[in-house]
Design a protein around this ligand. Sequence first.
Ligand SMILES: CC(=O)N[C@H]1[C@@H](OP(=O)(O)OP(=O)(O)OC[C@H]2O[C@@H](n3ccc(=O)[nH]c3=O)[C@H](O)[C@@H]2O)O[C@H](CO)[C@@H](O)[C@@H]1O
Length: 399
Amino acid sequence: MRTPVTSATARAAATHTNRPLSVVIGAGGTGGHIYPGLALADALRRAVPDAVISFVGTERGLETRLIPEAGYRLHTVDMIPFDPSLGARRYLLPAALLKSGAQCRAILKAQGAQVAVGMGGYPSAPVIVGARMAGLPSLIHESNAVPGRANRFAARLTPHIAVAFDRSRAHLPGGDRATTTGMPIAAALAALDRTALRAEARREFGVPDGARLVLFNGGSLGAARLTEAALGLAARWRWRGDVSLLIKTGPAALDETRRRLAQEGGDVVARAVPYLDRMDLAYAAADLVVCRAGSATVAELAATGVPAVLVPYPHAPGDHQTHNARVLSDAGAGLLLPDAETTADRLAALLEPLLAEPARLAAMSGAADPGPHARAADLLAERVLHLTTQHTDHLEYAA
Ligand SMILES: CC(=O)N[C@H]1[C@@H](OP(=O)(O)OP(=O)(O)OC[C@H]2O[C@@H](n3ccc(=O)[nH]c3=O)[C@H](O)[C@@H]2O)O[C@H](CO)[C@@H](O)[C@@H]1O
């Protein structure tokens, strides 16, 4: 059940100034930063329907498709990732940050923004730098159990910090003053009734009656290791009528995965798709998910109660996906399987007894602590609106 932004805060934000509420959100790269940004934007719109909300991203990430499709304006800036693998190019980072920060300052000014929000990912830090240059309040949201470098840097530039998981506070400068809002998730997932949607969802994915559906989802970009293991399982289970596999491959691996499924006979039980635009249907149809442990995925699994086998991406900075995965495995809602052990044989040994025991799946589903994620978008929107009411009196852009 979602708690709407308190109408007093929304009213105060809407009437505090004659100008419409304007918020700029930095979010980009992969779905794990963009979807929470969109969930926040939708919550702000629910609270203040005439709010002007726009995004800052780059021209490279998934934001170029997802943000305009969701009906929001995307401004792009030049930015390089905060990535240790940059090697000598990391020395270019301060200059890149200053340049993109100045671009963001101009965007904030053109948008008449009252507040800037960084949702993590590399377009996030420049927005906070731009807000600092413009003398505007800003807020960052950290989504992972172990924060990334961009947000550890940005946390030094703003006193306003929100986190998805309590356990990340210890790793952030100023983490003691952070608020745990949870991870903002789409309204369709926050309110998901898996039982009510199950029949429609299973029809959508062509799941035969009586079959248990295992969804393979390698995060917003797909994961070759999971796709390979799923192909092996599909070939092994091709004679079984009681299981069905849905493999999210990512667009690049789609044709090859379909070719292998046809060649190895796995296409009898498995279907490959490039991307899932309706995660509500995917979670409602699935009996079990085998997935990476990106923070949005972990929060969605916790909020919707879908049992999971979590295979953390082994090269994530600070091994943050293992820490994300533990949020579910510590609660008994998921099993953690290291990437190097994720083969078809190992998965068969793990999944066969699990799928044969509905009571165990139900116990995993019930063990998930839904946490604050279903309410997180509204909680974060409330914090953002609160900042506008506090600071608009002093709003001034230096020439
Ligand atoms: C490889 C890597 O570094 N990944 C990072 C990236 O992951 P990435 O963006 O893959 O991961 P997340 O799991 O956090 O988010 C994926 C989001 O995309 C949605 N979705 C996914 C697949 C699909 O077909 N359709 C769809 O809508 C999911 O419902 C979810 O909302 O950002 C996350 C958030 O900081 C980090 O935790 C991850 O470690």
